[in-house]
Design a protein around this ligand. Sequence first.
Ligand SMILES: C[S@@+](CC[C@H](N)C(=O)[O-])C[C@H]1O[C@@H](n2cnc3c(N)ncnc32)[C@H](O)[C@@H]1O
Length: 338
Amino acid sequence: MEGAARAPGPALARDFPNGITGFVVTNEVPDAFGVHKLTLTADGHAFAALVVPRVESALVDVLGDSLARRITAADATVRATFGFREHPDDRYLDAETFAVVMPALFALPVERRDALLASALWFEEVYVPAAKIPELAAHLAVNAADYATALAAEDSGVVLYLNTHADRFMRELGAALRAGAIVTIDYGESAWGLVQCARRGDFPFRVYGEWQDYVPRPNDPYSAPGTQDMTADVNFTALANAGREAGLELLHFGPERDVTGADLRALLAEALHDNATAEFLGNPLFKVLVLGKRCASPLAGPWLTPLPLASREQDVPKSRRPLVARLRDTLAGKVADR
Ligand SMILES: C[S@@+](CC[C@H](N)C(=O)[O-])C[C@H]1O[C@@H](n2cnc3c(N)ncnc32)[C@H](O)[C@@H]1O
């Protein structure tokens, strides 16, 4: 039966009124949920990007008088809220108006639509303290220790893409699980890994479009709105922390190949003469997270390669370890924001 994976509670209650006993397996689902763009400063302050659309008059002129009036009203409110004075001939949109403008734009002939998308629709990012957004404040509070330890490793801030929908996905799945395991396979990292990857300039957020098959374009979500598939590396530490809130315990975290269990030995032999198997076994991006309740790990055997999930202070240079506690309190909102 269909259901909204970002908030699976209602569908699970509908389909499993007595709770779930058994396995829940998902492959490449939470990475597709949508993310918040966040900057974490080196001293632990978190700022979230609010994306503000701006349209030129050429676009407003084709949408009809009633929508044009609505756009003008939204522009006045957005300008007053953020103190915008730039682009006096353009119109800023709030979320509701944007949600009406895009379908109206996509009702136009394709050439006309694409021309306006490319030339008359812009996006600006405004940064506000993440604590102002409740689900972000909650995410940072639950994961403060892991982010703080990772942040303390070096004296630099990072840009992260936070998936609060994945937190709810795991919390509601965990709450519905009476006994058994939740097996989540996806690409992503631990919180520690995501912070260090961001410092190395890796692309945890990718945009795919109809122009090139599965060749990601370097994270420009604003270039062809409405026609792109956006995905972001999953934070498996945050998933496990959200699961813990629902009574789930960590049974395993490792590379995706660990799902093959005892068959891994034979697959390794096969990989010597089969590229697809070799690629699957050697893929560093895909991971498997197993969380459970009243259940032993379904993955066992000497061939598993568990990976650390929680950030570890022993990985932080000794001289920087004293910073962890203050960073943790700042991220958890226990220190006043700037
Ligand atoms: C990359 S595909 C993976 C599909 C399949 N699990 C597989 O292994 O091939 C992501 C899937 O997640 C589904 N999906 C994404 N967001 C969802 C949501 N909020 N609710 C339900 N399904 C969602 C999409 O419809 C799509 O089928």
